[in-house]
Ligand binder design. Structure first.
Ligand code: FCB
Length: 442
């Protein structure tokens, strides 16, 4: 067994989920569709034709799920609010029942001593707003600002940790450039506008939260997966450089350094109005890092920007879903971010996915040895980064529960707790037991 890494007593340990991936209750109590509900209905786009209609049925099982978090000893829980649940028309009149769900969730978390970390946007834009142009129209900045204000007013007395968006670059690239996620658009101009408007919405959201929530601690959650060219051919190197700007820089650089990276800056210039960069770069309190693996980029002319996913070098260790396995890359990413942005870092997602069914053994236990050793290695790498000077303050495993893994549907499991999607039974896996002991310092 690997040596147990040492972390300071105030290091924060938690787990993350997102609304569309776990809640279900798609039509319960007045919730309206999001762009992901629509996307899931398109033929052949999600494995097995799955959707988030029922998911983990967390909307109805929330009390037991919070009790489970408490049993595991979690100190913090990052969840997202479903915009179409609280504002079925996207704006205007709120849905009281939807708002009450998060009241109950927050109260129960606090009651159990678990700190709520509320993320406003984890990809589920109300479909009605997409029909009005979605993030491609500048109006979206005001829509998001009003939604943020509603949540701040309602939950700001109890929730102090706020994130504006989850993984800006991933949802904008996959949804508006590759077309592989909702709303399935692949268009350069639209993609550039979306990047800029989402950045502006983030800035507006930060201002609203700062003004309305006393003692708010505000951040944003970025996907940072260092980009490596698949080969050293100049065309792959150049494609990977542009891919890197889009994936790793276009949002954090704009928000924290007040400029776009060079290639993106040139392309996006027509959509930038005077004063915009200052509106985007509002001071925040922490950097949320979602990290899984380095990405190998290559030239790919079948995709709109000419870059795409390459393969890792032959022989490189990979996870069960073929993502590169490289804990050293996690350590280096934490160090680089500390130097580049000079903010405390919270790891808001990291974890291990598999397509294995992970069915319980004869004793009813789920022996997820590979996830467990992944978590051990990545948490050890985080400890090393901290020793070397990375200002990392907390870690949230992705994910508490097996859930709707976007295009992978329910066939890809990331949970430390197994969910049987037939019965909705939850079983903490061995990784959850280990994580729980780690948190308790056992
Ligand atoms: C991240 C997403 C999260 C989950 C993990 C595996 O990109 O933020 O919702 O799907 O990947």
């Amino acid at each position: 067994m690997a040596e147990r890494p040492v972390f300071p007593r105030d290091f924060l340990w938690g787990a993350s989920t997102s609304a569309y991936q776990i809640e279900g209750g798609a039509e319960a109590d007045g919730r309206a569709p999001s762009i992901w509900d629509t996307f899931c209905k398109l033929k052949g786009r999600v494995d097995n034709g799955d959707s988030g209609d029922v998911a983990c049925d967390h909307y109805h099982r929330m009390p037991q799920d919070v009790d489970l978090m408490a049993e595991l000893g979690l100190q913090a829980y990052r969840f997202s609010v479903s915009w179409p649940r609280v504002l079925p028309r996207g704006r205007g009149a709120p849905n009281g029942k939807g708002l009450e769900f998060y009241d109950r969730l927050i109260d129960r978390l606090l009651d159990k001593g678990i700190e709520p970390w509320l993320c406003l946007y984890h990809w589920d834009l109300p479909q009605v707003l997409q029909d009005m142009g979605g993030w491609a129209t500048r109006d979206s900045i005001g829509w998001f600002e009003d939604y943020a204000a509603l949540c701040a007013r309602r939950y700001g007395d109890r929730v102090k940790r706020w994130a504006t968006f989850n993984e800006f670059s991933v949802f904008t690239l996959f949804g508006w450039a590759f077309g592989w996620g909702a709303p399935s658009i692949a268009d350069r101009t639209t993609h550039l506008k979306v990047i800029h408007h989402v950045n502006l919405a983030h800035g507006a959201g930060v201002d609203v939260l700062r003004a309305m929530v006393p003692d708010a601690s505000i951040g944003a959650v970025h996907s940072v997966q260092p980009m490596r060219p698949e080969t050293d051919r100049p065309e792959d190197v150049e494609a990977a450089a542009l891919f890197d700007e889009h994936w790793n820089r276009a949002f954090p650089d704009a928000q924290l350094l007040a400029h776009y990276p060079r290639r993106v800056a040139e392309a996006i210039e027509p959509y930038v109005q005077p004063g915009d960069m200052a509106r985007i770069a509002r001071p925040v309190d922490w950097f949320g890092l979602n990290h899984y693996a380095p990405v190998y980029g290559r030239k790919d002319d079948s995709l709109i920007w000419g870059f795409g996913f390459g393969s890792p070098p032959p022989g490189m260790k990979r996870t069960a879903i073929d993502w590169p396995y490289d804990p050293g890359c996690f350590r280096d990413t934490l160090l680089d971010l500390t130097r580049r942005y000079r903010l405390p870092v919270y790891v808001t997602e990291n974890g291990y996915g598999t397509k294995a069914a992970e069915t319980p053994d004869a004793e009813g236990r789920v022996m997820d040895a590979e996830r467990l050793s992944y978590l051990q290695a990545y948490i050890a790498a985080m400890a090393e980064a901290k020793r070397l000077g990375a200002d990392v303050r907390g870690y949230f495993v992705w994910s508490l529960l097996d859930n709707f893994e976007w295009g992978g549907g329910y066939g890809t499991r990331f949970g430390i707790v197994r969910v049987d999607f037939e019965t909705q039974a939850r079983i903490p896996k061995e990784s959850a037991r280990w994580y729980s002991d780690l948190i308790r310092g056992a």
